[in-house]
Design a binder for this molecule. Structure first.
Ligand code: SF4
Length: 336
């Protein structure tokens, strides 16, 4: 039976951040000024090993998790990630194993990830305009590198492939229709994400948010779309489809249309802290229990005690005040 939290939400999705490092410095996630050359990233011994991650995955799946998403930082910068994927593939009862990446390392790794058992993949690409994209990733990586990564994923047979674009007013919103036109009819599902006040370092302001309503209207004006039924309860993206039948497009609306009521997600940080909300201030330490001889039953009991009292709904209670005052974990630490 799945574990239920204080709002009767089952634990279904586990996002596992395998590293706090990234080869990009996206301004809305890991601004260069704060994550510079002197930033103290986690040392190897502080990270959960692949064996420790797999042990936890078995426990979480045994308590209702059906989907695991590997994230970071940038998960593909962690060495031999395909080894972890092969281990997770063996977890009995795991239905869905996916990964979110910035795509820059996919050409080199896509085939190995697929052969190890990865089913599908989500690639972040915020703009097709090279100058804008380079400004947003802040390390000068061109659009072509990510598009080639997406092609490598398709060639390797990873799919369905999804592409995520965080939309910030005055930064990349002018390129939304170009992105939609590029992926329309390709089978690749593009999702636009409202700029979120994740962490405390991205300088978030409400007036830089382009809401789902406005994004949909701007796309619809050029490429007619209509709302579509969700695939399942708790699906993060709101599904829309092109009226001409050429596929679907999605919107992730944490600011304007929060979806906490159906949130079934937990996030595990690279050093083994479990966060019950993307906007949580602190996590729950599983690493100590993995290394102090605790039994699986004891760790499972701890998991149940954490989830049962969970009542997070930050996006529903977000106000101008909450944004400024409440400390929150950085998205680069636990993945989106
Ligand atoms: S704000 Fe927290 S509780 Fe709400 S949907 Fe996001 S992660 Fe879930």
């Amino acid at each position: 039976m799945p574990l239920l939290d204080a709002r009767q939400r089952p634990l279904r999705d586990l996002r596992i951040s395998v590293t706090d490092r990234c080869n990009f410095r996206c301004t809305y996630c890991m601004p260069k000024e704060l994550f510079g050359p002197d930033h103290a990233f986690l040392q190897r011994t502080e990270l959960l090993s692949y064996e420790e991650i797999t042990r936890l995955a078995n426990l979480f799946v045994a308590h209702g998790v059906e989907k695991i998403r590997l994230t970071g930082g940038e998960p593909l910068v962690r060495r031999d990630l395909h080894t972890l994927i092969a281990q997770l593939r063996e977890v009995p009862g795991l239905k869905d194993l996916t990964l979110t990446t910035n795509g820059s390392l996919l050409r080199a790794q896509a085939r190995k990830l697929k052969e190890a058992g990865l089913q599908r993949i989500t690639v972040s690409l915020d703009s097709l305009d090279d100058e804008t994209f380079k400004r947003m990733n802040d390390v000068g990586v061109p659009v072509a590198t990510v598009l080639d990564g997406i092609e490598a994923a398709r060639e390797a047979g990873l799919g369905p492939i999804k592409v995520n674009a965080v939309v910030e007013r005055g930064v990349n919103d002018a390129g939304m229709v170009d992105l939609a036109r590029h992926f329309k009819g390709t089978g690749i599902i593009l999702r636009f994400i409202e700029f979120m006040d994740v962490g405390t370092t991205n300088g978030w302001k409400l007036d830089r948010v382009v809401t789902l309503r406005e994004m949909a209207d701007r796309i619809n004006a050029e490429l007619p779309i209509e709302p579509a039924e969700p695939n399942y309860r708790g699906e993060v993206a709101k599904r829309w489809r092109y009226r001409d039948g050429s596929g679907e497009i999605g919107f992730i609306s944490s600011i304007s249309q929060p979806f906490c009521g159906d949130c079934t997600r937990a996030r595990l940080s690279p050093e083994g802290e479990l966060f019950t909300c993307l906007f949580a201030a602190r996590g729950h330490d599983f690493r100590t229990r993995l290394r102090d001889g605790s039994t699986d039953a004891e760790i499972a009991a701890f998991l149940a005690s954490v989830w049962h009292v969970r009542d997070d709904r930050y996006s529903e209670i977000r106000t101008a005040e909450t944004n400024g005052s409440v400390p929150r974990v950085e998205m680069s630490h636990i993945g989106g």
